[in-house]
Design a binder for this molecule. Structure first.
Ligand code: NAP
Ligand code: F7E
Length: 337
């Protein structure tokens, strides 16, 4: 039986990956942060199946302890401060967790179990102001946020430990992937919960930032399989994981409201004009510059052909199905609450 250690197990991807590895017969260990209130977030259902170890990416002693307890064959480093907007508010802790944290865990592997295979959660945000369309493994990077910059360090230090010490270390350059377990501050989940609340009469208006930004969106359950496949190859390598199609935020909003048969009234009104707005039967979607970013990633589009040919990976959930699954889930959730 193989053993895996997952950092970020309480997050979207970590929890799906744990489900997947358990279904493959793995013994799974997960690193969990100490908080004032014990909270397993997306891993609540895993409490009896996974061995949780308290630790933090910024505390190398805790990583050494976790490696000694778990003695893993595979380490999946999914822990991160993953919200791009928050990275301008907390740039230093973002760098501590997403950049230095990766060195902490790589050093720990090198010292304690250099044979363990390592997966690093790299991101399409490293392409930022894109230098080529579509983006592939060889596309030059141009990150546009403290988050993107911190992840670029994590990406290169992973490559460096592979080349310096011969570790089996891979980075998956994953494009946006969403799900019913996505954090509510990310745009897709913000939209799907708002649609559900508006349908149930519990919210009046959906306020968003840049509606024209485009993302290459897949489902997390497809993407975590690619992480596992990367660690099952003969030699370690880096791969772009994407769908090969992109859509705007506006398109996501349109499809989500269509799912519940509600028409949209788009508003560019400022706060003053909006105060005198008389109301409508339709759902109001309003642009609020508060949600604009200091520097935006306007468009991302990945080329997954290397992963498809070398790993035999292919996404299964279509864009339409992704929107439908998220809205259906949130509708049930809001109706129940
Ligand atoms: P997520 O839902 O935000 O999960 C992040 C996880 O990291 C949570 O379990 C969180 O724990 C943990 N964490 C944060 N800071 C930590 C620290 N200092 N020490 C230990 N654990 C810490 O993110 P996700 O969407 O699943 O993404 C997984 C990884 O893939 C992240 O590294 C992200 O940057 C990267 N990524 C995501 C996407 C995407 O579209 N989802 C695309 C490319 C790359 P708490 O529950 O305690 O907060
Ligand atoms: O924004 C625009 C926003 O926050 C997507 C993380 O998983 O994927 C994620 O990062 C787009 C941006 O995700 C709102 O300006 C408009 O253009 O859902 P997001 P992200 O920044 O793409 C990458 C690959 C990661 O690695 C990250 O960890 O949507 N947008 N209006 C908005 N975004 C938010 N959050 N809220 C809005 O109201």
């Amino acid at each position: 039986m193989k053993t895996a250690l997952i950092t970020g197990i309480t997050g979207q991807d970590g929890s799906y990956l744990a489900d997947f590895l358990l279904s493959k017969g793995y013994s799974v260990y997960g690193l969990v942060r100490r908080k004032s209130k014990l909270d397993f977030n997306n891993a609540e259902h895993l409490k009896d199946k996974v061995h949780f170890i308290f630790g933090d990416m910024t505390d190398q002693a805790s990583l050494i302890r976790a490696m000694e307890i778990a003695n893993p064959d595979e380490v999946y480093n999914l822990a991160a401060q993953s919200f791009v907007t928050a990275s301008w508010e907390t740039p230093l802790s973002t760098a501590d967790i997403n950049a230095i944290g990766v060195t902490n865990i790589l050093e720990t592997i090198r010292l304690i179990k250099p044979k363990a295979r390592f997966y690093q959660a790299s991101t399409s945000e490293m392409f930022g102001k894109v230098q080529e369309i579509p983006q592939k493994e060889s596309t030059p990077f141009y990150p546009r946020s403290p988050y993107g910059v911190s992840k670029l360090y994590g990406h290169w230090i992973t490559k460096n430990y592979r080349e310096s010490y011969g570790l089996y270390a891979c980075s998956g350059i994953l494009f946006n992937h969403e799900s019913e377990r996505r954090g509510e501050e990310f745009v897709t989940r913000k939209i799907s919960t708002a649609v559900a609340k508006i349908k149930c009469g519990k919210q009046d208006i959906l306020e968003l930032g840049n509606l024209d930004a485009k993302r290459d969106w897949g489902h997390s359950e497809d993407y975590i399989k690619a992480m596992w496949l990367m660690l099952q190859q003969e030699t370690p390598d880096d791969f772009v994981i994407a769908t090969g199609e992109n859509h705007s935020i506006r398109e996501f909003v349109e499809l989500a409201f269509k799912e519940v048969d509600i028409e949209i009234e788009w508003h560019g009104l400022g706060a003053k004009e909006y105060a005198t707005f008389k109301g409508t039967d339709k759902a109001v979607v309003r642009v609020n510059p508060q949600f604009y970013r200091p520097a935006e990633v306007e468009t991302l589009l990945g080329d997954p052909s290397k992963a498809e040919s070398d790993l035999g990976w292919k996404r299964e959930v279509s864009f339409l199905e992704l929107v439908k699954r998220m809205v259906d889930h949130d509708l049930k959730w809001i109706q129940k609450s």
